[in-house]
Design a protein around this ligand. Structure first.
Ligand code: UD1
Length: 330
């Protein structure tokens, strides 16, 4: 099978590339604009997979280059992961998100339709739901994003659903909860430049000794210990969910939440590093971060039933692989 993976050198994309390359019959082409990924990741994927694949530095906004890629590529399936993903940045610079996420995706869909490529699996997010009264989110919750990042993902979902209804494509949409953890080798993980916004990349900086302590945003949430609770999904489980989609997408278009169904608080995460890695994370409490909610997690039943997938790993595997990656990338 001839597969195109967009955003394939990023945190999720690089792990997915390794998963895809395990199948001997797969011919993989990776594109990435390198805006939030390093070119050296290409060599890490090569080293770990011991397989050949094609790589092109490509910005999806470049329609002509994209058309050329599709003319020679003859793809059977697209995994579309490329996009900008900082909630904070999307509120400050929404235009960047309209362009990178929405226009980039429109160009990709245009190239697919022009070249009669039918199948696309799209990387969406639970952020599309926005705030709901219930904590356990299912796929039929209404989508009411509260930030531009979430809005752009919702718009792309709508385009996919519309094209699917017009029989132009087959699509599976995956709404991720909080991806976490790193590759077992310790050679791939999430390591953004500068001060990270998200919890695990921040903890990686602490393990590396670049930051002294964690700022916990809020200690008066309605959770067991007052700190915010999320559904952290191990990157390898996330990859497995994508691999399950390959067969299904040709038969049925659908939408799946991808999470574990178990919420953990910030203090649970801190304790997991002590318990499984014997590493103490120092912290101080700060005021709440704007837009944060108390707790939310996935209602796992649909993916289990219809995709035949559920998460196998937990906080132990997440903390150990994160620790291993942080130490190795010191
Ligand atoms: C964030 C994004 C979401 C994205 C997800 C990817 C926001 C508002 N939402 O979700 O769109 O899909 O990441 O994983 O940015 N925390 C601290 N200190 C820190 C960092 C985080 O206490 O330095 C807390 C947060 O308050 C929260 C939890 O840790 O309770 C998780 O935060 P984070 O990793 O940023 O994820 P989300 O906010 O759930």
């Amino acid at each position: 099978m001839n597969i195109l993976l967009t955003g394939g050198l990023g945190y999720i994309g690089s792990h997915l590339a390794l998963g895809l390359l395990k199948n001997k019959k797969t011919k993989l082409t990776i594109v990435d604009d390198l805006s939030n990924a390093k070119l050296s990741t290409k060599n890490t994927i090569k080293y770990l997979s011991k397989k050949k694949f094609k790589f092109k530095k490509l910005d999806l906004k470049n329609k002509n280059k994209l058309q050329k890629l599709f003319k020679v590529g003859k793809f059977d399936l697209i995994f579309h992961l490329a996009g900008s993903k900082s909630v904070k940045e999307s509120q400050i610079n929404p235009k960047k998100y309209y362009e990178n996420n929405v226009i980039g995706s429109i160009n990709l869909l245009h190239a697919m339709i022009e070249n009669n490529v039918k199948n696309i699996i799209f990387s969406s997010t639970a952020t599309v739901y926005g705030l709901h009264k219930k904590n356990c989110y299912s796929e039929n919750f209404s989508r009411e994003p509260i930030n531009t990042y979430g809005l752009t993902k919702k718009i792309i979902e709508d385009l996919l659903i519309d094209l699917k209804e017009k029989n132009q494509i087959n699509t599976l949409i995956l709404r991720y909860f909080n991806p976490a953890g790193c590759h077992i080798s310790g050679l791939l993980g999430e390591n953004p430049q500068g001060i990270p916004n998200n919890l695990y990349p921040y903890i990686i900086k602490i393990i590396k000794g670049e930051v002294k302590y964690l700022k916990i945003f809020g200690n008066n949430y309605k959770t067991k210990d007052g700190t915010g609770a999320r559904d952290y999904i191990h990157i390898q489980d996330l990859v497995d969910a994508h691999l399950k989609c390959i067969k299904l997408v040709k038969k049925k278009s659908d939408i799946f939440n991808i999470g574990t169904g178990r919420p953990y608080t910030v203090l649970d995460i801190i304790n997991s590093f002590k318990k499984y890695c014997n590493f103490k994370i120092n912290y101080n409490f700060y005021s709440r971060r704007e837009g944060d909610i108390d707790i939310y997690y996935n209602k796992i039943s649909k993916a289990k039933k219809k995709l035949g997938w559920s998460a196998k790993r937990g906080l132990k595997e997440i903390s150990q692989s994160t620790f291993n990656f942080a130490i190795k990338s010191k």
